[in-house]
Ligand binder design. Structure first.
Ligand SMILES: NC(=O)c1ccc[n+]([C@@H]2O[C@H](COP(=O)([O-])OP(=O)(O)OC[C@H]3O[C@@H](n4cnc5c(N)ncnc54)[C@H](OP(=O)(O)O)[C@@H]3O)[C@@H](O)[C@H]2O)c1
Length: 328
């Protein structure tokens, strides 16, 4: 029986609750503490999820000697500050997407983790789904030949209160960082090098945040990524990987996929379908623990250098759109 890895959760919001529930699916994980900006919230969350310790500040959680790894689940604007706090306290960190609001912050986080030889990973949940592992195997095994075009869409269609994180620039709101990152990260998996050209358009809402956008990426081998994302649009949310010999359809939702089909002309279609457990956040948590047990400070599934490249792409797009977060 493996010794349990002890988790702390930093914040008590929507995804923090889902993560607390999904951790229960992993017998080698133990959720020992939560940290919130207020003692009251920390206690309510710990009661709801049966967590032994409730800290009334993020600093107190970071100092907790019984925590091995902390899941940072605050709005994007706080990821850098919260991650740096935890790393400086000697904790491994799984930090929600978007990893930071810009590449400068991401660089600082990555540099510190590497200096301290501590595990750090962007919580890009999609990459850890078993179906995505199968899709990557098909591509890496040459089943569709050379990847030529990747298409993907990620649309949310919520109604967002102005003070909430989705459309509030003070909290890093907007579609690029919230949902665009899923399709960018999806596309990036299928090309070995960073794009040589990045172009895009976004609709900037009255509040100053980007409501939706489309981008085209061009890769050194001539490959292209054509991606769209939105926060107030009903979309189909599938993904396509077109190769020189065949194609792969990642069925909706591409950011949390349970089904993919490999189509090669002259052969019978191959479909893989793997239903998910919980919300699927257990897959990324399991990867964190696998790496920690093996003494790795980075995951080969979501490498830090790739996280940084994705942040740089988003910086470049925002520069073109004139989209700046307060305090940048
Ligand atoms: N992987 C996924 O599937 C997924 C899904 C949704 C969201 N996310 C990511 O997870 C992060 C959190 O999203 P969420 O939807 O959980 O957000 P949320 O419900 O708004 O919760 C954010 C939490 O952050 C803390 N916080 C600290 N400073 C804050 C501030 N100034 N304003 C508001 N909250 C503040 C609060 O916890 P305390 O009051 O306890 O301190 C709050 O409950 C985002 O980066 C988002 O992109 C990931």
């Amino acid at each position: 029986m493996l010794e349990k890895i002890r988790w702390g959760i930093l914040s008590t919001g929507n995804i923090a609750g889902a993560f607390a529930r999904d951790l229960k699916l992993l017998p080698d994980a133990e959720l020992v503490a939560v940290g919130s900006r207020t003692q009251e919230q920390a206690e309510a969350f710990s009661k709801e999820h049966g967590i032994p310790r409730a800290h009334g500040s993020y600093e107190a959680l970071a100092r907790d000697p019984d925590v091995d790894v902390i899941y940072v689940a605050t709005p994007h604007t706080f990821h850098a500050e919260n991650t740096i706090l935890c790393l400086n306290s000697g904790k491994a960190v799984l930090c929600e997407k978007a990893f930071a609001i810009n590449a400068r912050q991401a660089n600082e986080m990555i540099d510190l983790a590497r200096k301290k030889k501590l595990f750090l990973m962007e919580a890009m949940v999609t990459r850890h789904y078993p179906v995505i592992k199968q899709v990557r195997q098909w591509v890496e095994g040459g089943r569709i030949g050379e990847v030529r075009i990747v298409q993907a869409t990620r649309c949310a269609d919520g109604v967002y209160p102005p003070e909430g994180r989705h459309m509030n620039l003070n909290l890093g709101g907007g579609s690029l960082l919230d949902v665009g990152i899923y399709v960018l990260s999806f596309c990036s998996m299928f090309f070995e090098e960073p794009p040589v050209r990045v172009q895009g358009s976004a609709h900037i809402e009255e509040c100053g945040a980007d409501g939706q956008g489309s981008i085209v990426l061009q890769y050194p081998n001539g490959g292209l990524g054509a991606l769209s994302f939105a926060l107030k649009t009903k979309g189909e949310d599938s993904g396509q990987v077109y190769g020189s010999h065949g194609r792969i359809h990642v069925h909706t939702p591409v950011w949390a996929p349970t089904k993919a089909t490999l189509m090669i002309p002259g052969e019978e279609d191959e479909t893989v379908e793997i239903s998910k457990e919980g919300k699927g956040l257990n897959y990324e948590a399991a990867e964190v623990m696998r790496c920690m047990r093996e003494g790795k400070t980075e995951s080969p599934i979501m490498p830090l250098d790739e996280t940084l490249i994705l942040m740089e792409i988003m910086d470049e797009l925002r520069k073109d759109w004139g989209l700046v977060y307060p305090g940048e």
